[in-house]
Design a protein around this ligand. Structure first.
Ligand code: PEP
Ligand code: MG
Length: 319
């Protein structure tokens, strides 16, 4: 019994009927990556690169960046890794960015939009990541995926894909966390190799509710049907184009929501390492057919509580 439990705790992510779903980790530091290895994550679904940039007075050089990414990723060597380019600006200001303050920083020059004002930042980061790709064995160079945050338009996706590929990155994607990108998911994804849905910001922007505002927690509920509809729409675009669409926002770490996302067709779930054992266990207990049924009943619920209750009603009560 102990042996069985242990093997289930380390088994790759899959539904009860054996359909694989990659369980990936969200990390920012090497300590996070070690934790991800401990819970046998199959890779990294989101490396947040902001930490290297915040609290400094000059931008890190290309060499410093290459060394830092290599160090954070080192415990995951040989597995798939998705690196997100810099997601700062406005509300997470960098001392070395001479930017005027903005009235609505969440709606300002942030994420991939920084290319408008500081194109060298993205170029240097892509150079550093391209150097990491070039250092990999030839048959592993497609395993380092790079994605841009806050993509809102097909043109932004196309521009980023062009730049990333020009820097030697083989597998290029975008986060879908702005409603316009979810609404245009097919066209956005056509420019890319993959997408990853960031449910934290997608909820914030869909519901027009600041994700830091505790008073608005009910609006920011990830079970809000409008948010689920946009997530489903994005995943559907991936299924139709046969391109991977994963989830890297908090939704992926909620075991019941994870089933819904898998039922929608998500190919990977990326979460904090601490959330992974419960998600793995829940997934192993439910066949794909049940996940699909859950996905079918949530998105047209009248409210978040109803969506969750409907999904829960289909779940195995023993789990
Ligand atoms: C998200 O927005 O869902 C996400 C994963 O990115 P972050 O939380 O870093 O904004
Ligand atoms: Mg985000």
């Amino acid at each position: 019994e102990v042996a069985r439990t242990l093997s289930l705790d380390t088994a790759p992510g899959a539904t009860a009927d054996g359909i694989p779903v990659a369980l990936l980790a969200n990390v920012g530091t090497q300590a996070d990556t070690r934790r991800a290895v401990e819970v046998t994550a199959e890779g990294i679904g989101l490396l947040r690169t902001e930490l290297l940039f915040t609290g400094r007075h000059t931008a890190p050089t290309v060499e410093e960046q290459t060394a830092a990414y290599r160090q954070v990723l080192e415990p995951m060597a040989g597995r798939r890794v998705i690196v997100r380019t810099l997601d700062v600006g406005a509300d997470k200001p960098l001392p070395f960015l001479d930017r005027p303050s903005e009235v609505n920083p969440a709606l300002g020059v942030r994420g991939v939009r920084l290319d408008r004002t500081h194109p060298q930042l993205e170029a240097d980061q892509l150079t550093a990541l391209g150097a990491l790709v070039a250092d990999l064995p030839a048959d592993a160079r497609s395993d380092l995926w790079v994605m841009a945050p806050m993509v809102a338009t097909t043109a932004e996706a196309a521009r980023f894909a062009y730049e990333a590929r020009a820097h030697g990155i083989r597998t290029v994607g975008a986060m879908v966390e702005v409603p316009s990108a979810a609404l245009q998911a097919s066209a956005v994804l056509a420019e890319l190799d993959f997408a990853s849905v960031g449910t934290n910001d997608l909820a914030q922007y869909t519901m027009a509710a600041d994700r830091m505002a505790g008073d608005l927690a009910d609006l920011l509920d990830l079970w809000q049907p409008a948010v689920l509809e946009l997530v489903a729409r994005t995943i559907r675009a991936g299924v139709e184009l046969d391109k991977p669409v994963g989830i890297c926002g908090e939704s992926a770490g909620d075991p019941l929501m994870a089933l819904v996302l898998v039922g929608m067709g998500a190919t990977s779930l990326s979460m904090s390492p601490a959330a992974m054992p419960a998600v793995r266990h829940c997934l192993r207990a439910h066949p794909m057919e049940i996940c699909r049924e859950m996905a079918a009943v949530v998105w047209d619920a009248d409210d978040a509580a109803t969506a969750r209750t409907r999904a829960l009603g289909l779940a195995d009560p023993e789990v």
